[in-house]
Design a protein around this ligand. Structure first.
Ligand SMILES: [Mg+2]
Length: 281
């Protein structure tokens, strides 16, 4: 085989990167951690931001509009430090709810493809969760909250102003002419977050498989060129190329990942043999 053909065959591998969400994707929703996260976010809103009414509803509305509740709290005018929020919400989590997952670890290690995490969570949370799952050595890197939002989040009291946008009123009449305030936070499911991550980590979306439990994250992912895999529900819907009940199903659901690898191995082997033969000749 000509050298050029060999390289073409290698670059013909369908995927060269696997991009994984963390929470409720690399561990199951029923671990109970998601509930604890929601509880801590609501406590932060009450205890630290002094909010009193409709906190659970507000939490959901902000999540829906702004991608995360935190991004929404910033948008409507609350002034707080990102690290303070994260240490309150994630720092106090009962991580022992997560169990080591040697099966997933073996699956990931059996794939010599670039693997990255893309999470809206902070770095300390990602590191602690991965360590608990026994997956800390499975990924080349973690693209997290701080990657996309390197500043601290606080602004001068004067600049922050004192008026909080009434999101409840807006939600009761969303067709009104009122403009929604913008958030300074960059996060999934918005295109900007994906584009920044592609650039920072040198990712070609057309050769990347993206795993997430959130349909809206996957739908944006699809729009920006990624191949998408829904985790946590085996029903395929619009914007989703594959759907699995659990991340453990990737081997039976995506056998091409392992087939690509076998192809790559045999090309590498035939190159090695060809080189050795020509050296001996
Ligand atoms: Mg998730």
């Amino acid at each position: 085989m000509e050298n050029g053909d060999e390289f073409n065959q290698i670059s013909d591998a369908k995927y060269e990167c696997l991009l994984f969400d963390l929470d409720d994707t690399l561990y199951p929703f029923n671990s109970g951690l998601a509930k604890e996260i929601t509880k801590n976010i609501q406590e932060y809103m009450i205890e630290k931001l002094g909010m009193e009414e409709n906190v659970p509803e507000l939490c959901i509305s902000l999540y829906k509009i702004y991608g995360t509740t935190m991004a929404g709290l910033k948008a409507i005018g609350y002034n707080f430090d990102y690290d303070d929020f994260h240490s309150f919400v994630h720092g106090r989590l009962p991580y022992d709810m997560l169990k080591p997952d040697p099966l997933l670890r073996n699956l990931l290690h059996s794939l010599p493809i670039r693997k990255l995490i893309f999470t809206n969570g902070d770095m300390a949370h990602a590191n602690r969760a991965l360590k608990r799952l026994g997956l800390e050595d499975c990924f080349e890197g973690i693209l997290c909250f701080e990657t996309l939002n390197p500043d601290k989040g606080t602004v001068d009291e004067e600049e922050a102003g004192s008026v909080i946008f009434d999101i409840n009123q807006y939600m009761s009449n969303p067709n009104s002419d009122i403009d929604l305030p913008k958030t300074p936070v960059v996060c999934k499911p918005f295109e900007e977050a994906f584009k920044q991550v592609f650039e920072m980590a040198n990712i070609n979306p057309k050769k990347t498989l993206f795993f997430d439990d959130s349909v809206r994250n996957l739908q944006t992912g699809k729009l920006v060129g990624l191949h998408t895999v829904l985790i946590g529900n085996s029903q395929r819907i619009k914007g989703v190329d594959h759907a699995f009940e659990s991340i453990h199903n990737i081997k039976e659901g995506l056998p091409e990942l392992w087939e690509d690898m076998e192809k790559l191995k045999s090309v590498t082997y035939s190159r090695k043999v060809a080189i050795e033969t020509s050296v001996r000749a």
